[in-house]
Design a protein around this ligand. Structure first.
Ligand code: ATP
Ligand code: MG
Length: 412
């Protein structure tokens, strides 16, 4: 993409109402735009990163045989009355009357909806296991929307729901999803810990995926040796204690909850009368699990973790562009390199503007945070080529024009 054709407009100053690192950098670099408390639009750069995260999540959910669907956002009260959750959800869910005077709500979670779909389509043990997921905007009337993309009132979530004949099948699937979740977060460049937690409004207990970050609103206790980890809200240990599972030591840390998975048992299938016939012809209520990932929260989390004073440092897998190509002064070399990289399938943001200073272009490159910077300038040309450096500023080299593609490949 040529910068001169793009919507990208950067800001030197941190917006007065940004309350977090991710809101500050993502707004200044024009990835996102705030329109109300906890309500953000994704601009072209933001959507590019978001789409990469979404693809990773989709691939991993498909790999555990999740089938993607897209449920309706408008949900009639009657469905929620079946589980008696309409009133209980009134604080969180946006509920109102439509033009016909009917009670309707905006989807804050989709257990009722997915069970409704399932009961229209499954009737036998042969239909199980079944796993359905969607990637969709969720609406929650969060009393304290804050921390940029980390806690919004509308945000994008992947929510998956699985149905099983018995508890054993559910448990083995739950373990598969845990592994898939670890892969999702690794591929997004953030590692997450599996943490025991309470179930909150939706069920008795749950497992959270928590990414360590000093700016996170959660506090967790984890072992420095084994996989023991608990959210402070249920923890029976504190920092410095001996691990209850091994001889390691408990560490207290702040973290961001990027994912949350819950066993649901037969709570919803029973309440909504979803029954299937087992092998003996006996009616049973399937066992369910639900599995959430906050996609926009993951986007914000990546920025909380990967930044320096000058801007964002995107991991390769989710970077808006791999290369930020900068030309200083109009020159044919930059145009040629741009064309050859695009030909080779490399994602390039080409700063071709001729009305800004070199300093401004460099500052923007740091702020936007593409992993690789290529500078085409007279000075580099005199030194024998173009200047290639990485965003982390660990190396800078002069590379001959015809060696640029190979050099970038080995950098990645
Ligand atoms: P939290 O504990 O942070 O309030 P939750 O437990 O209510 O979230 P779930 O209903 O389990 O969240 O949602 C699954 C995932 O969706 C969470 O792990 C988180 O990544 C994301 N998420 C939840 N609420 C928000 C929000 N208000 N803004 C952005 N992402 C959110
Ligand atoms: Mg949670």
């Amino acid at each position: 993409m040529k910068r001169s054709d793009s919507l990208i407009k950067t800001y030197k100053e941190t917006p007065a109402d940004s309350d977090s690192i991710n809101a500050a950098f993502l707004t200044r670099a024009s990835f996102i735009e705030k329109h109300a408390a906890g309500v953000y639009a994704l601009l072209p750069l933001g959507l590019r990163v978001y789409s990469k995260i979404e693809n990773i999540v989709r691939e991993e959910m498909n790999a555990v045989l999740g089938q993607e669907i897209l449920m309706n956002v408008l949900q009639p009260k009657e469905l929620w009355d079946e589980t008696d959750r309409w009133n209980g959800m009134s604080e969180v869910m946006y509920q109102f009357k439509d033009a016909r005077g009917k009670d309707i709500g905006l989807g804050a979670t989709h257990e009722e909806q997915v069970v409704d779909i399932a009961r229209h389509h499954i009737s036998s043990y042969k239909d199980l296991p079944l796993s359905l997921y969607q990637i969709q905007t969720k609406f929650r009337n969060e009393p304290r929307a804050k921390s940029g993309l980390l806690r919004g009132r509308e945000f994008i979530m992947k929510d998956m729901y699985s149905f099983h004949l018995d508890d054993a099948d559910f448990k083995s699937y739950y373990q598969k999803v845990i592994k898939a979740y670890f892969r999702v977060f690794e591929r997004c460049g953030i590692s997450a810990k599996l943490v025991e937690a309470s179930g909150g409004v939706f069920s008795e207990f749950s497992h959270e995926f928590q990414t360590l970050s000093d700016t996170g609103e959660d506090t967790i206790y984890y072992c420095d040796k084994c996989d023991f980890a608990q959210n402070k809200e249920i923890a029976k240990v504190s920092g410095g204690d001996k691990c209850p599972k091994c001889d390691g030591k408990i560490i207290e840390a702040h973290s961001i909850e990027v994912g949350n998975i819950f066993p649901l048992g037969d709570k919803y299938t029973k309440a909504m009368n979803l029954k299937v016939l087992d092998k003996n012809g006996k009616e049973i209520s399937p066992i369910m699990g639900c599995y959430g990932i906050g996609l926009t929260r993951v986007l914000g989390t990546i920025v909380e973790i990967f930044h320096d004073n000058d801007g964002i440092l995107w991991p390769d897998s989710v970077a808006p562009f791999t290369v930020n190509l900068i030309s200083l002064g109009k020159n044919q070399t930059a145009e040629k390199i741009y064309a050859s990289l695009i030909d080779a399938g490399v994602e390039v943001l080409y700063d071709d503007r001729d009305d800004v200073t070199a300093g401004e272009k460099f500052a923007d490159a740091d702020l936007i945070g593409c992993p690789i910077k290529i500078v085409v300038s007279e000075r580099a040309e005199n030194a024998g080529g173009v200047e290639i450096s990485d965003r982390k500023k660990t190396k800078t080299e002069i590379v001959k024009e015809d060696g640029v593609l190979d050099y970038i490949k080995q950098l990645k």
